[in-house]
Design a protein around this ligand. Sequence first.
Ligand SMILES: NC(=O)c1ccc[n+]([C@@H]2O[C@H](COP(=O)([O-])OP(=O)(O)OC[C@H]3O[C@@H](n4cnc5c(N)ncnc54)[C@H](O)[C@@H]3O)[C@@H](O)[C@H]2O)c1
Ligand SMILES: O=c1ccn([C@@H]2O[C@H](COP(=O)(O)OP(=O)(O)O[C@H]3O[C@H](CO)[C@@H](O)[C@H](O)[C@H]3O)[C@@H](O)[C@H]2O)c(=O)[nH]1
Length: 429
Amino acid sequence: MKISIIGSGYVGLTTGACFADIGHEVICIDNDSNKIKSLLAGNIPIYEPGLEELVQKNVKKGTLHFTESIEEGVEKSLVIFIAVPTPPLEDGSVDMTYIEKVARQIAAVLKDYRVIVDKSTVPVKTGEKVYQTIKRYNSHNSEFDVVSNPEFLREGVAIHDLLYPDRVVIGATSERAIKIMKEVYAPFKAPILITDLNSAELIKHASNSFLALKISYINALSRICEAAGANVQMVAEGMGLDHRIGKHFLKAGIGWGGSCFPKDVAAFIKISQELGYDFKLLKEVSQINNDQKEIFLRKIRNVLWVLKDKRIGLLGLAFKNNTDDVRCSVAMDLARVFLKEGAIVQAYDPKAMRKAEEVLPSIHYCSSALDVAEEADCIVIATEWEEFINLDWKSMKSKMISPIIFDGRNLLDKKKMIEMGYHYVGVGN
Ligand SMILES: NC(=O)c1ccc[n+]([C@@H]2O[C@H](COP(=O)([O-])OP(=O)(O)OC[C@H]3O[C@@H](n4cnc5c(N)ncnc54)[C@H](O)[C@@H]3O)[C@@H](O)[C@H]2O)c1
Ligand SMILES: O=c1ccn([C@@H]2O[C@H](COP(=O)(O)OP(=O)(O)O[C@H]3O[C@H](CO)[C@@H](O)[C@H](O)[C@H]3O)[C@@H](O)[C@H]2O)c(=O)[nH]1
């Protein structure tokens, strides 16, 4: 199948590489000429495990192409995916200007039947608006269908999630478009759920909000565990063994961040409000998340007292492990607070330092995790990188002024750290 993807960011590029790998002919399009130049030169602008190899392999095979031209993409492919940003506006609602612009751009060059597939995360009823927009600006009066096909990949494990999805959701009413979409996804052998457009769009916001809710639930429980002298990790394990609950997304910590949950939960609250429902439950989910970070900061201030002139060793900057993405990273938020209060922040992240430096140049970026401990008044673990577990914590301790650890991800074994002589503060344990 010939497929074009408009937007070659996280979703567009990873999806394009996977589609190409399973045998489709793919054109990835972006209006950022530097991004396209860099991709054409073989440089991948994001860190995602396995992506570089997959892109190189399929470019070499001749099934993955890059261009700036939407016209070329629309002309050459039957299926046109939209994977452009849907960032939040100040009031939490979604900035739809990227999607609307792409709809007009497609309309302007549409000459033959095409399936236009929205993969970006969008408010319910967007597909209807995309359809109306393309119809209005399509001077050739060509036939087309609009489909919603939300994406559920997680950064850090995107290739796996794309190649082995739990489900593929296709929101469409046209039999012609459904048949084509089934062909696109046939090689994946994943369960395909066909719905109407609106339901497919809702599935995405409902899923992300539910996952965020699950994390906020365990984070709220972490506070009860602390008050009761219980251990949230054990409580989560005990809950997760029940298949109806499941063990995933029950890791207590400093709260959820990233380019999706914060904006999607805020958007879903707004979308519900516009549809006449006050989604108080989700407002609380969001509030718990904000509080979680504040409570963690309070623990740090309780021990260190004044942060001014303290040297804080920060382990992790990415919003989660196995990515270089720092968008809405709680780790970055913590760094901002430390800097604002006059602390010296010396940080290390295995992959995210280049991107972090673009936004927070006043951090001292260390070349190794060990360097973070140098003369430090404390260490803060803010991202769940596995390599932090196996650091030489004895050597780390010998470099620190005072051996205090604030483990915002419950990565380390509290008992072992205390035995080693650390003052250990985790979350809910
Ligand atoms: N990042 C994720 O993990 C993830 C997962 C599932 C869904 N989503 C959703 O997918 C969408 C894209 O997210 P992302 O993280 O890939 O964003 P991104 O910012 O990484 O990539 C978007 C790309 O679109 C390009 N673009 C913008 N306007 C364009 C235009 N008119 N023509 C061509 N290219 C254009 C940008 O230059 C950018 O490269 C969002 O709606 C997001 O919510 C993201
Ligand atoms: O038990 C957990 C699991 C995650 N997190 C945090 O939650 C955030 C999001 O993590 P994750 O969901 O793994 O990463 P994303 O790449 O943001 O993926 C989410 O957002 C994507 C964009 O919409 C969706 O496609 C995915 O299905 C959805 O999981 C991160 O800050 C994690 O540290 C926790 O605190 N505890």
